[in-house]
Design a protein around this ligand. Structure first.
Ligand code: PLP
Length: 402
């Protein structure tokens, strides 16, 4: 492939580039302070103190008590732990779990796993914007409902759920609530104490820390057990030697995100709206997926009629633009994303979907370059589409008859 003029990374919901300051923060913990945090000598204590410091810093950003944060290997682990171990620990209260039809696979596949073991799962429908209705949530609660798991900010269509209201419903019915905040953290202000959420999952690589580190917040007093059996790390709740450098990196990444929070989020939102406005105005037969305003600052998701998302991605890549289609994590599979189907898109429209997710490094020039490329690519792909030909021919016939 020839080298494109420009490289534009618009897949920040898939992962983000590690911030240089984060790398800086991590380096000493690979070499100088390499001790095992469980060791009793000073080298171990230094590592242990570092983790304590990271936990306090992250907790401060979240309004959490530091001991209620447990470091994990990723968002997926946090979600598996939250769902499986909470359902186990409270199984004498019931075996029913409620979630939504727009969750990440970490949640849906954990639910499948529980279903095979005799648990029951209700998937709440969403409206055309991907929004859950608190009244429908309330109606789905049964006497044997133990837990609800809600994706706070959607990784595909960006929709932000009315989490406060959903937690309020859960509270009134004595149901526990887990929030998948993997996309939300760094993009929304989150205070776990004010929210009164029971469990909350996050992952470092979605906010400029490396891949392979995350955490689970577990409210004090909640019953759970260690998801991994082994040593006594993380107050005997998550065995395995702590990933000290990555934990330090994650703390630094969140410090950075929160230091210029308003400025960064405003800037990204303005750019995103510029992108949405231009695409909707300048590309025919195209729609925005997700909620117009209650959406993650960096997320834009479009469907283009008469277009295959995969061809769109290939053509964009030839121009140096990296994005994602309607089946992000299921690459290799041709099934359209369950999220796009849940908001009511027909299969053929869902197939022509494109997710562009901005990050802290995205510039206005990147967006304008992408819109220009998109206009040309969509026009070109449609010229080759028999469906589009039929559509245009049908329209001509219609106007001839008038
Ligand atoms: C990325 C993501 C996950 C999984 O996190 P990993 O750290 O990649 O395992 C879970 N939920 C959402 C909403 C995500 O975007």
């Amino acid at each position: 492939m020839s080298h494109p003029a420009r490289t534009v990374y618009l897949d920040n919901a898939a992962t983000t580039a590690v911030a240089p300051e984060v790398i800086e923060e991590m380096l000493p913990y690979f070499s100088r302070y390499y001790g095992n945090p469980s060791a009793l000598y000073e080298l171990g204590q230094q590592a242990r103190n570092a983790i304590t410091d990271a936990r306090e810093r992250i907790a401060a950003h979240l309004g959490a008590n530091p001991p209620d944060l447990y470091f994990t290997s990723c968002g997926t682990e946090s979600i598996n732990w939250a769902l499986k171990e909470t359902m186990f620990a409270y199984s004498q209260n019931g075996r029913h779990l409620i979630t939504t039809s727009v969750e990440h696979h970490a949640t849906t596949h954990s639910c499948d796993w529980l279903k095979k073991r005799g648990y029951e799962v209700t998937y709440l429908p969403v409206d055309q914007y991907g929004m859950v209705d608190p009244a429908q949530f309330e109606a789905a609660i049964r006497p044997d409902t133990v837990l609800a798991s809600i994706i706070y900010g959607n990784n595909e269509i960006g929709t932000i759920q009315p989490l406060e209201q959903l937690i309020d419903v859960a509270r009134r019915h004595g149901v526990l609530l887990h929030a998948d905040a993997v996309q939300a953290l760094g993009n929304l202000r989150i205070d776990v104490t004010k929210l009164d959420v029971d469990l909350l999952s996050a992952s470092g690589h979605k906010f400029y820390a490396p891949k392979g580190v995350g955490f689970l917040y577990i409210k004090k007093g909640l019953r759970t057990r260690s998801f991994l059996d082994g040593g006594a790390q993380e107050r005997k709740r998550r065995a395995g030697t702590e990933n000290v450098p990555y934990i330090m990196g994650m703390a630094k990444a969140l410090d950075l995100c929160m230091a210029n929070f308003d400025e960064r989020v405003t800037r990204e939102t303005v750019l995103r709206d510029h992108l949405i406005k231009r695409v909707l105005a300048e590309v025919e037969h195209c729609r925005l997926n997700g909620h117009r305003s209650l959406r993650l600052p960096g997320n834009a998701n479009f469907s283009f009629e008469f277009i295959e998302g995969e061809s769109l991605l290939l053509s964009l890549e030839q121009r140096g633009i990296m994005a994602s289609s309607g089946s992000a994590c299921a690459s290799g599979s041709l099934d359209p994303s369950h999220v796009l189907l849940a908001i009511g898109l027909p299969h053929e429209i869902a197939h022509g979907s494109l997710r562009l997710t901005l990050g802290r490094d995205t510039s206005r020039a990147d967006i304008d370059y992408t819109v220009e490329a998109l206009k040309e690519i969509v026009a070109h792909l449609r010229q080759m589409s028999p469906l589009y030909e039929d559509f245009v021919a049908g329209k001509k016939q219609l106007s001839a008859r008038k």
